[in-house]
Structure formats: structure tokens, C-alpha cells
Design a protein around this ligand. Structure first.
Ligand code: PLP
Length: 472
């Protein structure tokens, strides 16, 4: 593609994206296509000869757009509502242009050093102590997998060389988390060869928070049974309800038994930048590692997850392996990203985050997060004031768990599921669900950069409307 052609097409794409954001509210939040629709509409084999870019691009409107669920839509309230920002898109464009594989400092000085700088900025904004050093991975699942690998390395079991299979000198290793932990922790245990039986899930109180006394008992019981506790993973902002495990009390137990403390703050970690939210993070300063996802709630396009470690050296010890063709004469003095995980090449993700932090500034980010939390509390107040709905969990951040509970209806699970599906298939808004104490619970997450009070009012009206339809 010539530079002129690149310019022409590039301007068209930027125009298209600008129009997309302008008309996003007219698009259905959830894609309305049936499974297999796109596949059926695409040729089964690749083109033999070159196609005109104009035609390729036209197919975005014709084929791709109908099959897009719009995470950027202000009425996307399912799962955790996350959205990109325009500056974040610019960061992605430039990083694609550089196409850096940040493995060694010398193959990517900009990526390596910018990553250190922006992660230190975020650390300061989150008010974490300066002994924390960060590293960027793609997702929280992968960040936590590396954290558990570091915890295992820290236990000095020689697993790097000997592995875990065929050994009779290795007791069952134990990792502790609450019963509300994200499923990625189970997957980490599977991936690392620990197996799901290594996970000990600790009971929660009626606010869905891990009970530290139960944790201490579990560790004692496991030690007595000859198992080897290595790590505890409290969550600040659990996925189902955004509840907060008592990190400080968990840290006491970790200190007593010499266990690695990894905090999963993938969702709510962003709010540590807001001074009045810091109480939720009490004890995080004592952690060995903490994961926070700027791609969830800091307006950074997917993907960008940050793992902070008290001693990144343990990660290096677990993963560094330098073949001849990657040896350099500066390894003692520079940081080579490939030393801190399973990947060799790493995307230049720090660039988009640098753009985002500079464009919004700390105050701009705080202001938006505060507004999301205010909107969630407002929605929760409507739920509380209504005789037909009830809150199912506290609202510490910007997630509301609730359900319809009209008098005289026996099967509330079916009613709530019906209402949710009606709203979702209408394309007007998207809600998701969880089960709390066995009860079908609706989840409304506020996190889009475009969300305003009128969008929540719209969902509230839709809920009341559908609920009246369901009753008739
Ligand atoms: N941890 C928590 C608390 C989450 O809510 C999620 C996803 O929502 C994850 C981890 C996994 O995130 P990722 O998609 O970045 O792997």
C-alpha cells in the first residue's frame, strides 16, 4: 500500500470510527445475529488474488457490524461494563504501526522504559508503596497465573527443574481464595499443574466477603493433614457482587504462615486512585503481588493488565531463560521484558495507557470513576425505594446486584431471567446475572465512558415495563 493510499484509507477509517461513536446509541447493544450467521456469509476459502481495500472495508458495515456486541454502548451494563477511549484507540494505532515485540530492551527501548514509567505513575495514583514494581500482561487471568507461579517459586520446591509430576517428595500444594473468587483462579491452578484440588475455597459472610477466621482454620487443618499452603488470593471487587475481602486480616495470616499474598483487584483496583475509596484497599500495601486491569475501568482499550510485585526478582527467577540467540551484552544493566513471564515478544501496550493517563490526568480519571459509582448508588436507591425490587448485595463500587420480587410470585428466578432476556434481546440494554445464595440475581454494571444518568433511567424504565408485562 503506498503512503498516499494509506492516507486515503486511513482517513476513511478514522471517519468511520468517529461516526460509529456518534451513532452508537442507535445500534443494538447485543448483536442480533443468530449463531453461524457470519460464517455462512463468508467465503469458505481465502481469495487467490488481491482484493480492493475499498471493498474489504465495505464489508465491515455489511458483515462485521451486525455481528458486533457493542461494549462501547452506554447501555452495556453486563459483566463489567468497560469501554475504550479515543486516545486509547490512537495508542493502539501507533503501537500497531511500530509492531514492536518487546522482548529485549534493545529490540524495544521505548516499550520497556515507557512501561516502567506509566506503571510507576499508576502505582503512585493508587497510593501503593514504592517497593512495588509492575509488569504488563494481556489479562488478569495471565497476570494471576504468573503471580501463582512466582508464589510457587518462592516455596523453593525446585519445580523449574523437577516439575510436579512423578515426584513423591511433593505434598499437595494449597492456594486459598474465597468461594466468590473469579474462575480464572481455577484455570490458573489447572494451567500450572496444581489441579483444582489445590484450591481451598473459604466461606464468605453475608456480605460475600472472605471470613478470615475460616481461612486461618483452613490453613491449620491443611498443615495438620500434611499439605503445603503457598498462597492466599483475596479479591477487592469480586466478579459476582464486587465484594471486598478483608486484605489486612488476610495479610496477618499470610505473615504468620509465610504465605504469598496475591490480591485480585482486576476490576476495583482502578478505584484505589480515589482517595475516599482507599479504605477498601487496606492491607494491599502488604501484598506480594496485586493485579489491576486498566482495560476494565481506566478507559484503556483491551488488553492491558498490570501485575505489581513486591519483588519482581522472584518472577525473573521463575521464568528467565536466555538462549544464545537472545544473549546481549547489556543484560546486567537493562530490563528485558521476556524475563518476566511465558511470552517472548510482548505488545507495546504501555503507549495507549500513557496516552490515556496524560489525556485525562489523575483528576479526570477520578472524576469519571466517582461519577460511575454515584450513578450505581443512584440506581441502587431506585431499587431500594421500589416495592417490586430488592438489592441482593451491598454496592461498594459501581455494580448493582438486585432482583424483581413482586408479592404473590412464587418463582422469582424464572421471572427475573425472563425480564433480563427480554431486555437483552430487545437490543436496548444489556444486563447479566449471577446466583447469590442460590437466587437468580440481576447485575447492572456502570463503567462506560459514555454513560449518563439518562441511560440508567432508561434501564429502570425498561425493567419496570417488562416487569409489568410479565405480571399480566
Ligand atoms: N478477576 C476478576 C475479579 C474479574 O472480575 C475478572 C473478569 O471479569 C478477572 C479476574 C479476569 O479478567 P481477564 O479477562 O482480564 O482475564
Amino acid at each position: 500500500m503506498s503512503a498516499d493510499e494509506f492516507r486515503r484509507n486511513g482517513y476513511k477509517i478514522v471517519d468511520w470510527i468517529a461516526n460509529y461513536f456518534e451513532r452508537i446509541e442507535d445500534l443494538p447493544v447485543l448483536s442480533q445475529v443468530e449463531p453461524d450467521w457470519l460464517r455462512r456469509n463468508l467465503p469458505a476459502s481465502p481469495p487467490e488474488t488481491s482484493e480492493d481495500f475499498g471493498e474489504i472495508f465495505n464489508d465491515v458495515d455489511r458483515l462485521i457490524l451486525p455481528a458486533v456486541t457493542h461494549w462501547n454502548h452506554p447501555n452495556f451494563h453486563g459483566l463489567f461494563a468497560t469501554s475504550t477511549s479515543s486516545v486509547g484507540i490512537f495508542g493502539e494505532m501507533l503501537s500497531a504501526a511500530f509492531d514492536m515485540k518487546a522482548m529485549l530492551w534493545r529490540t524495544s527501548p521505548a516499550s520497556t522504559e515507557l512501561e516502567d514509567v506509566v506503571l510507576d505513575w499508576l502505582r503512585q495514583m493508587m497510593d501503593l508503596p514504592d517497593h512495588f514494581e509492575g509488569i504488563i500482561y494481556d489479562t488478569a487471568s495471565v497476570s494471576t497465573m504468573h503471580a501463582i507461579a512466582a508464589a510457587r517459586e518462592n516455596a523453593n520446591l525446585d519445580i523449574r527443574e523437577k516439575g510436579m509430576s512423578g515426584r513423591d517428595d511433593l505434598p499437595l500444594l494449597r492456594i486459598y481464595c474465597s468461594e466468590h473468587v473469579h474462575s480464572s483462579i481455577d484455570k490458573c491452578a489447572i494451567t500450572l499443574g496444581l489441579g483444582t484440588r489445590s484450591l481451598h475455597k473459604i466461606e464468605c459472610n453475608d456480605r460475600f466477603e472472605m471470613i478470615p477466621e475460616r481461612l486461618a482454620e483452613a490453613v491449620e487443618d491443611d498443615l495438620e493433614a500434611g499439605f503445603m499452603p503457598i498462597c492466599v488470593i483475596p479479591t477487592v471487587g469480586t466478579t459476582s457482587t464486587s465484594s471486598v475481602d478483608p486484605v489486612d486480616a488476610v495479610a496477618d495470616i499470610c505473615e504468620k504462615y509465610g504465605l504469598w499474598l496475591h490480591v485480585d483487584a482486576a476490576y476495583a483496583g482502578a478505584t484505589a486512585i480515589i482517595p475516599e475509596f482507599r479504605e477498601h484497599f487496606r492491607g494491599c500495601e502488604r501484598a506480594d503481588s496485586i493485579v489491576v486491569n486498566p482495560h476494565k475501568w481506566l478507559f484503556t482499550p483491551f488488553d492491558l493488565s498490570v501485575l505489581y510485585c513486591k519483588d519482581l526478582g522472584t518472577m525473573k527467577q521463575a521464568f528467565s531463560l536466555v538462549p544464545e540467540y537472545l544473549k546481549t551484552n547489556d543484560e546486567q544493566t537493562v530490563k528485558n521484558g521476556m524475563d518476566y513471564g511465558i511470552q517472548l515478544g510482548r505488545r507495546f501496550r504501555a503507549l495507549k495507557f500513557w496516552f490515556v493517563i496524560r489525556y485525562f490526568g489523575r483528576e479526570g480519571m477520578i472524576e469519571r470513576l466517582r461519577e460511575h459509582c454515584r450513578l450505581a448508588r443512584l440506581f441502587a436507591s431506585w431499587v431500594e425505594e421500589s416495592a417490586n425490587f430488592e438489592l441482593m448485595a451491598p454496592v461498594p463500587f459501581a455494580l448493582v446486584c438486585f432482583r424483581a420480587c413482586p408479592k404473590g410470585v412464587d418463582d422469582l428466578d424464572t421471572l427475573n431471567e425472563w425480564v433480563m432476556n427480554k431486555i437483552n434481546t430487545s437490543g436496548k440494554a444489556y444486563l447479566s446475572h449471577t446466583k447469590l445464595n442460590g437466587k437468580f440475581t440481576l447485575r447492572l454494571s456502570v463503567g462506560s465512558i459514555r454513560v449518563e444518568e439518562r441511560h440508567l433511567k432508561k434501564v429502570w424504565d425498561l425493567l419496570n415495563e417488562q416487569f409489568s408485562v410479565a405480571r399480566t
